[in-house]
Design a protein around this ligand. Structure first.
Ligand SMILES: [Zn+2]
Length: 281
């Protein structure tokens, strides 16, 4: 699934092609791809609108339009926004006034498009951006506070922190030597400091490598990212840990897989001794 580094790469690649341009043609091939307004209102409402800017918020791509409206794209699992290449089975197609074409493809059909009068309607509930200056180690410590949820679950919660997904959360937790099921409130300040640095460094490395193509992620020109080549635990079940050689394990956490090294990321006490837990607590 495209996460912050993948969406940031797509944004950076598209930026010079779209800013200042307007939508000359809008084709909605799969009406269900439009989440709001109706597909017909979307098509009519977007046509003719000029693009003032393009930015990323969390895993959303936001085209800010001169009218004040926002055209928003979420790629979810398999979405891609391709430039000047429109494969069969595309879900939506856009031609800009200077001829550039954008095609939205999405094999798993989970992604969505919105045209809204204010981007905050869609992205207003997202947590802070991990690479922005306002996201400090103290901010992270305050956010974790007394939360009892497993740290991995919090890192995936987009209203807690925007942009991290399964791959980069696993990589950050490995870099900080934290077991994914550790309750957030049990992290020492030293561990939070390490986690903060790890989150930022794995995301920055991911952007430098143009994202990770473990699955279907493609850049707008149809190319692949290279970030997965540097992954240490994500999608590495059974492979030796690069730090200690122990086979990487995978556990299920709220329906998602979490990859970790059982030696470098020792489990918290209540995971190793489940019989000691009070079932009523
Ligand atoms: Zn290890």
């Amino acid at each position: 699934m495209p996460e912050l580094p993948e969406v940031e790469t797509i944004k950076n690649d598209l930026l010079p092609h779209v800013v200042g341009r307007s939508f000359a043609e809008v084709v909605v091939a799969s009406p269900e791809v439009v989440k709001a307004p109706s597909p017909e209102e979307f098509r009519r409402g977007l046509r003719g609108q000029r693009i003032r800017g393009l930015r990323r918020r969390g895993k959303y791509l936001i085209f800010d339009l001169h009218s004040g409206d926002a055209f928003i794209v979420h790629l979810k699992m398999t979405g891609a926004l391709l430039i000047n290449f429109c494969p069969d089975g595309y879900r939506a197609y856009f031609r800009l006034d200077h001829g550039t074409e954008l095609a939205f493809t999405d094999r798993r059909k989970l992604g969505g498009l919105w045209l809204v009068p204010d981007a905050e309607i869609i992205v207003g509930k997202l947590g802070p951006e991990p690479l922005e200056a306002g996201f400090t180690v103290q901010a992270l410590a305050d956010m974790l506070g007394q939360r009892s949820a497993p740290i991995k679950a919090l890192l995936l919660d987009q209203s807690f922190l925007a942009g991290l997904g399964n791959m980069y959360a696993d990589e950050a937790l490995f870099a900080a030597r934290i077991h994914p099921l550790t309750p957030a409130r049990d992290l020492t300040r030293a561990r939070v400091d390490k986690l903060y640095g790890a989150i930022r460094s794995v995301l920055q490395a991911g952007i430098r490598s143009r994202g990770a193509s473990v699955d279907t992620y493609r850049t707008p020109d149809g190319g692949q990212g290279m970030a997965h080549l540097a992954f240490k635990v994500a999608h590495m079940k059974g492979k030796p840990c690069p730090a200690c050689g122990t086979p990487i394990e995978r556990l299920a956490l709220r329906g998602r897989g979490a990859y970790f090294c059982p030696k470098c990321q020792p489990p918290p006490a209540e995971v190793t001794k489940p019989q000691a837990r009070n079932p009523k607590s």
